[in-house]
Design a protein around this ligand. Sequence first.
Ligand code: ZN
Length: 269
Amino acid sequence: MIRSGGWIKIGGVLMALLGLFLIVVVGDLFQFSPGDDIGISLSEKGDEMAVNAGFGLFLIGIFALFLYSGSALPEEYTRAFLKTQGESVGRLVRSLNLEGNGIYLPPRGRLTSDRVFVPLDKRLMEVPDLSDDMVLHTGSMGPSLGVSLHPLGAGLVDEVENGCGTPFGSEPISGATEALERLSKGTGLFREITVRDRKDHLEVHIRHSVLGGVCEDIWKDHPDLHRKVGCPACSSVLCATTRIAKVPLRVMDVRREGGKVIYKMRKGG
Ligand SMILES: [Zn+2]
């Protein structure tokens, strides 16, 4: 959105300037050019149209500028909001002593939207059959205890899907890297997202752009959070990847390497 916003602003300025040019230059000529004839000549009609078009362009340009300036959120505010989100989830997970690795679930079965399930226990467990309204999953067995959260990045993925009109769930896993360009190049929030299919698991490589600092800060303050839910930006990538995979994806491992965050996600949870 940051990139498209920039273009809207530039377009608005150009339109307003062109509008002003038409009003001032052509309008000036129009004012002094009419002769004594009662009828209006073709060139005068053209001048009048140019002035009207100038007004139109000027108003549209100004409107575009105001429209975008009103809705844009400066980057530093966006970062502050996202960092606070990450911090609060980090504290919640820590205070509940949730030790297991996160399992991302696509909107399937009883779930109409994505979830990330964080088990209480480190032991491997069956993926519980969750429904939308479940938050604390008590389960019948100890190991299936855990908390079901709405992934921090799900809203961004919804926004990208609405903008493109193509759901990630309609993409095959073989085309995941290409499909995820809608999230990386489409928003300008990631330099690169790559998904490698390794039979029983997926390897997801994330190279951040403007939100790299938020990811690093959350990694430092809450070292375990990335293997449980991820920062808001990493979470959006995992969320979109899970929609493409159409099966639960369990975090097996996450590391930072060469400026990238690399996730290993087991298929089927
Ligand atoms: Zn991150």
